[in-house]
Design a protein around this ligand. Structure first.
Ligand SMILES: Nc1ncnc2c1ncn2[C@@H]1O[C@H](COP(=O)(O)OP(=O)(O)O)[C@@H](O)[C@H]1O
Ligand SMILES: [Mg+2]
Length: 279
């Protein structure tokens, strides 16, 4: 069986530092799973994610192989990568505002994402954008369609970004710290939204976070990164029952809360992050 996303022995160097930012990472994502990539700040999570969609600066050198549905992405011309981004694969980031044009009605921005990849009329794209706004839980979408991003709360803006990311029904959604900038209650809602959309659309999700609590809430499997290396990949349930790597054990030991047995939603304080381990 072909993995939806297959990362094989990927190493990434930026001009300058002698140490690679990503160092020999291999990882297969199964179709439809939510995979959590955790690790402290600077461990290489975003660099790896950006490499998948060809979003690294020119100063980065990537070696190895990254295949999406069997197709090699490394070395693809920018034009072909652009055709993939927002279509077969989409990405959302921590700062929703940065992904949205502040001067443009949000509905038009979602509709434009569709028109960039599909030969549909403006009217049809707008109709679909409206549906998407409703699907991600924007109240009264018809009235909010022409509002600029600043008229929405942070959580609602992230929902709009999610709507745009899902507009063309991507097989892969990469979410890089999508809830880090949000209040804890809003974080949970946005995670639940991503999880619901994943199940309804069969999207494979790579969820990047420094927060083990987020992983525990949402993910099927988790990969632990440190210093550019992927230390281990475990089923989320086993992360709490039987972590194998000493670093993962240290992460868990650093937190006094324990997960209820057999629960997919262990109760873990949100302030418990991998960063708490540093120093
Ligand atoms: N554009 C860049 N130029 C040089 N170094 C970078 C760049 N982006 C990231 N790095 C370095 O790569 C390493 C991994 O960073 P990053 O992938 O952002 O980590 P994470 O997302 O896990 O916090 C860090 O040492 C960081 O300084
Ligand atoms: Mg990052």
């Amino acid at each position: 069986m072909t993995a939806l996303l297959s990362v094989s022995d990927v190493a990434i160097r930026f001009a300058g530092p002698a140490r690679p930012a990503v160092d020999g990472v291999s990882l297969d994502l199964r179709a439809g799973e939510m995979f959590g990539l955790v690790g402290e700040s600077g461990s290489g999570k975003s660099t790896l994610a950006n490499a998948v969609l060809g979003l690294l600066p020119a100063s980065a050198t990537v070696t190895g192989s990254i295949r999406l549905e069997g197709r090699e992405l490394l070395g693809l011309p920018e034009e072909e990568l652009r055709a993939i981004r927002g279509d077969a694969a989409a990405m959302i980031f921590q700062d929703a505002s940065a992904s949205l044009d502040p001067t443009w009605p949000v509905g038009d921005q979602i509709a434009e994402t569709i028109r960039a990849h599909r030969p549909v009329s403006r009217r049809e794209a707008e109709r679909r954008a409206l549906e998407l706004m409703a699907e991600v839980g924007i109240p009264d979408p018809a009235r909010r369609f022409r509002d600029a991003p600043h008229r929405f709360s942070g959580g609602m803006r992230q929902r709009i970004v999610i709507a745009a990311a899902l507009a063309n029904d991507p097989r892969l959604l990469i979410a890089d710290e999508p809830t880090t900038a949000l209040d804890v209650t809003i974080q949970a809602q946005v995670l639940q939204l991503i999880d619901r959309l994943r199940r309804e659309h069969g999207t494979t999700v790579l969820l990047i976070t420094h927060d083990l609590g987020v992983v525990a809430q949402a993910c099927d499997r988790v990969g632990v990164m440190r210093g550019g290396r992927l230390l281990e990949v475990v089923a989320t349930a086993d992360l709490f029952a039987k972590p194998s790597h000493p670093y993962t054990r240290a992460l868990l030991a650093a937190n006094p809360a324990t997960a209820p047995r057999g629960s997919r939603l262990p109760v873990i304080p949100p302030e418990w992050s991998v960063e708490a381990l540093d120093g």
